[in-house]
Ligand binder design. Structure first.
Ligand code: PFF
Length: 463
């Protein structure tokens, strides 16, 4: 049997895991969700969700991978036996990886397309976001355009995965993540130097508590799962390429910290531009593809900033996309003993096909909708809703129950401490204290499952 590949260094793992976490969720979703839901008030609730629920579950997911050296299905089987029903939680993750990538790679394709349009200088000819919106809709009305860019994006993911853990996933993240940070830094500095940038900052950082209601929690929790790549075994899979003495707790801090800071910086980069141009900040998902292109292009140096922004979006999408597909690929490699090449080709082809209805949601299948929560949802909307609002929180719920009760919180904490001889939960040497073990136990055993459960009840109108 060939030996399981591992990350070449801890930094390699952190960058790959942060690459998974930092994605379209940070740049395409977070700013408009925060914008529409009370700015800093939303940020506050979101941070609580990250700290109290996201971070502990992140630790547990990486741990389950590291302990078992397996994909999500294999991980549950390794701990709880081949016949255990827990393997279906892993299978749910494999299913979620299909669902997410089917809409994610469409947005990834748009990002590639817009990077090229930025290079061509297209955005300079848009007088305002309305015209940019018409351009976006016109392009999307052509199925070949959507499918073509989706294919380019998808092939880049497949290419990286084919090159393996060290040579593909790690190498790509080690190169792309620093580039992403540099670009983001340039965009933030540019934004802060614009006139009226303080209005953008105020919008993001001054709280509007009147916008907070129970559904804000649902959004914040769902987004915390999505943004930290939790609930479907992506972090478990990445954790399975760690060795026993790698420190999970500190790595989790780093990943959650980078992810949160990058989402906030993306908000700063975007809202400073939007406000300095006097535009509506709550423009919804269209913010990035309708509102920003003309506003960026009209700035001094706009050609380069528009290009940088869409390159940033593409990089973020690629480093996350690879982690999503890796879940399904590792499943085939571990469970069915396929070679990496065969597994990538088969899963790649299947996920690619699953994404086609999402690509056609903007043209041929735009009328094929089903009503969800009073709105007409296309295939694309259904995939997004199903993944972000149902599959990921459900996966997170079961993972918390598994770690807290089935595997037992004591075994979980003991295993967590294994690689952490001196650095522990809540900082160095702290998880070892009985207080922080208790806090960790409370978060995993009670708070996470109860909150996720309440969110479900609320979502289906049962409370
Ligand atoms: N965390 C990614 C983002 O914020 O865009 C999305 C994601 C990646 C979700 C991997 C789930 C996953 F397993």
């Amino acid at each position: 049997m060939t030996k399981r590949e591992q990350w070449s260094s801890k930094t390699g793992f952190i960058l790959a895991a942060a690459g998974s976490a930092v994605g379209l969720g940070n740049i395409w979703k977070f700013p408009y969700i925060a914008g529409e839901n009370g700015g800093a008030a939303f940020l506050f609730i979101y941070l609580i969700c990250i700290l109290a629920i996201g971070l502990p579950i992140l630790n547990v997911e990486i741990l389950l991978g590291r302990e078992t050296q397996k994909n999500p299905v294999g991980a549950f089987k390794a701990i709880h036996g081949d016949n255990s029903n827990w393997k279906y939680v892993g299978a749910l993750g494999v299913f979620a990886s299909f669902t997410i990538l089917s809409f994610y790679s469409i947005v990834g394709g748009w990002s590639v397309a817009y990077t090229i349009e930025a290079l061509k200088g297209t955005f300079a000819s848009f007088p305002n976001p309305e015209v940019a919106g018409e351009f976006f809709n016109l392009k999307n009305s052509n199925p070949y355009w959507v499918l073509g860019y989706h294919t380019i994006f998808f092939l880049s993911i497949i290419g990286i995965i084919l090159s393996g853990v060290k040579g593909g996933l790690e190498k790509a993240s080690k190169f792309l993540m620093p580039v992403l940070l540099l670009i983001l830094f340039a965009l933030v500095v540019n934004g802060l130097m614009l006139p009226d940038s303080d209005k953008g900052m105020e919008f993001l950082f001054s709280p509007d508590w009147s916008k907070i209601n129970p559904s804000t929690f649902l959004l914040a929790l769902g987004h915390a799962f999505f943004t930290l790549s939790l609930g479907m075994g992506a972090m478990m899979t990445y954790g399975s390429y760690l060795s026993d003495n790698d420190d999970i707790v500190n790595a989790s801090y780093m990943v959650a910290f980078l992810d949160t800071v990058i989402a906030i910086l993306a908000g700063v980069a975007i809202f400073t531009v939007v406000f300095s141009s006097g535009y509506d900040p709550t423009a919804g998902p269209g913010l990035v593809f309708h509102v920003l292109p003309p506003l960026l292009a009209q700035l001094p140096g706009g050609y380069i900033f528009a290009f940088l922004f869409f390159l940033l979006l593409t990089i973020a999408a690629v480093t996350s996309g690879i982690s999503i597909l890796e879940v399904s690929v590792s499943y085939l490699v571990d469970e069915l003993k396929f070679s990496r090449k065969k597994a990538t080709m088969i899963m790649g082809a299947l996920v690619y096909l699953a994404a086609i209805p999402c690509a056609l949601s903007f043209n041929l299948l735009s009328d094929a909708t089903i009503p969800i929560q009073g709105k007409a949802f296309t295939f694309f909307d259904v995939a997004d809703f199903l993944a972000s609002n149902i599959l990921l929180p459900l996966g997170g719920f079961f993972i918390a129950i598994f770690a807290g009760y089935v595997w037992s919180i004591d075994s979980t904490v003991k295993a967590l401490l294994k690689g952490n001889s001196e650095s522990l939960y809540f900082g160095n040497s702290i998880l070892n204290s009985s207080t922080s073990k208790t806090i960790f136990g409370l978060l995993i055993k009670y708070l996470s499952p109860v909150l996720i459960f309440l969110v479900f009840l609320y979502q289906f109108g049962w409370i």
